[in-house]
Design a protein around this ligand. Structure first.
Ligand SMILES: Nc1ncnc2c1ncn2[C@@H]1O[C@H](COP(=O)(O)OP(=O)(O)OP(=O)(O)O)[C@@H](O)[C@H]1O
Ligand SMILES: [Mg+2]
Length: 416
């Protein structure tokens, strides 16, 4: 059992509060991804779970046991770092066997476990090599293998793929997806800046900002029902367009959010908004058209395939169907009633300041927890505002009043 529960957890360095009242409830076998801007506390949260950092207040339970004061090596976790942290003078085999030797595991059992992990990670041919004779991707697989042999209840990954080139990232991401399948009872917590990793690997994503959990949910819940402007703008790439002021008026919202892939180019004058193309990017498979409609930032419209619209062209566009999001002045979604903002599900219990011990080898890991997923309910739909045209207007994302309203839904409308 490797459920992981974090209750009212705080982490402070002196009087700097880095993690604030974190509540997460992670189920055994879940793959949880932490995302958030640089400095928001992702690594700190992983390290407090692992025990490499002490907890300033709150409670951490793994498998039903409070581990605040339990040494990292006794928490049943394994951690994989961006830097691999392999021992350079040891062969791949010895690197992977090291923690088992420390626990005086019998030799033949060590060999069996290392070979099984090497097999899973296709490291068989490299067991006698030193790390310096391996590629970055192979080294990262050794670091993962070293964690696997310890048979952890919880795996912690801190941006394990960020040192790899694009092709290797894709290949290693697939390895991690396979690893998840082959270790169904093992809880995994994974920190990344990569949207694709987050969306494809996660059972649930935890979005952090300034040490606070902003939202927890499945990738599609976050994509379809962001509970704040922050999450709306953070999940998805390129990011969601925000339209404000006059541009949002016909939607009776302070801000209207439309993802680039949910914009549809229509005949001039027939769209909700119109503007001049600043430039366009042809990627072959699709194109991104940057349009000035008077907002602070250019609006991005995605088109499948190549685009005929080049700089200077005038285009008109609108959301596809009701694929748009309305936000009030406070940056909260305007809905017809469902969608309660995600409140931490985990009931706030009394907190017990904790002082876990710090120690731990490089591959000691931790896990995180997931909390309150607050998923909105279905969007109340609104007639797809195919309103009038638009007057480009300017402004940064502002917000105004709240009203009721639709949120998006997802009719599939290919086109364009
Ligand atoms: N030992 C420390 N003393 C004081 N502040 C610290 C310490 N360690 C981390 N911090 C601060 O805590 C905050 C969170 O850091 P953390 O490394 O968890 O961020 P992160 O989300 O992992 O960022 P990144 O995406 O850049 O890795 C940062 O503002 C950082 O400066
Ligand atoms: Mg970090």
């Amino acid at each position: 059992m490797s459920d992981l529960q974090i209750t009212n957890l705080y982490k402070r360095y002196g009087n700097v509060e880095v993690l604030k009242d974190i509540n997460l409830d992670i189920k055994s076998g879940e793959f949880i991804v932490f995302v958030g801007p640089s400095g928001c506390g992702k690594s700190t949260l992983l390290r407090t779970i692992s025990g490499l950092e002490t907890i300033s207040a709150g409670q951490l339970e793994i498998g039903g046991r409070v581990v605040n004061d339990v040494a990292p090596s006794k928490r049943g976790i394994a951690m994989v770092f961006q830097s691999y942290a392999l021992y350079p003078h040891m062969t791949v085999f010895d690197n992977m066997a090291y923690s088992l030797k420390l626990t005086r595991t019998p030799k033949d059992e060590i060999r069996k476990k290392v070979e099984a992990a090497a097999d899973m990670l296709q490291l068989g041919p490299y067991l006698e090599r030193l790390p310096k004779a391996l590629s970055g991707g192979q080294r990262q697989r050794v670091a993962i293998g070293r964690a696997i042999v310890r048979n952890p209840q919880v795996f912690l990954f801190d941006e394990p793929l960020s040192n790899l080139d694009a092709a290797l990232r894709v290949a290693t991401r697939m390895e991690i997806a396979k690893l998840k399948e082959s270790l169904p009872g093992t809880t995994m917590i994974y920190v990344t800046h990569d949207q694709v990793e987050a969306m494809t690997l996660a059972d649930r994503i935890v979005v952090l900002k300034d040490g606070v959990v902003m939202q927890v949910g499945t990738p599609m819940e976050l994509y379809d029902h962001p509970q704040s402007l922050f999450v709306a703008g953070f999940i998805g790439s390129p990011k969601m367009n925000f339209l404000t002021g006059k541009n949002a008026e016909s939607y009776k919202a302070e801000t209207v959010g439309v993802r680039p892939e949910h914009m549809e180019i229509v005949p001039n004058g027939k769209g909700v908004w119109s503007g001049k193309v600043i430039y366009s990017e042809d990627l072959g498979s699709d194109s991104f058209i940057y349009v000035d409609i008077g907002e602070e930032e250019a609006i991005i419209v995605r088109q499948e395939g190549k685009t005929p619209y080049k700089s200077g062209a005038q285009i008109s566009f609108a959301p596809k169907g009701d694929l748009y999001h309305r936000f009030d002045k406070a940056g909260k979604p305007l809905t017809a009633g469902t969608a309660a903002p995600a409140k931490a599900a985990v009931a706030a219990k009394s907190t017990k300041p904790a002082n876990p011990t710090t120690e731990g080898t490089p591959d000691e890991g931790v896990v995180g927890a997931a909390g309150a997923v607050a998923m909105p309910a279905k969007p109340a739909r609104k007639p797809a505002a195919k309103a009038k045209t638009a007057t480009p207007k300017a402004g940064a994302v502002k917000t105004t009043a709240a009203k009721k309203a639709p949120v998006r839904k997802a009719p599939a409308k290919p086109k364009v």
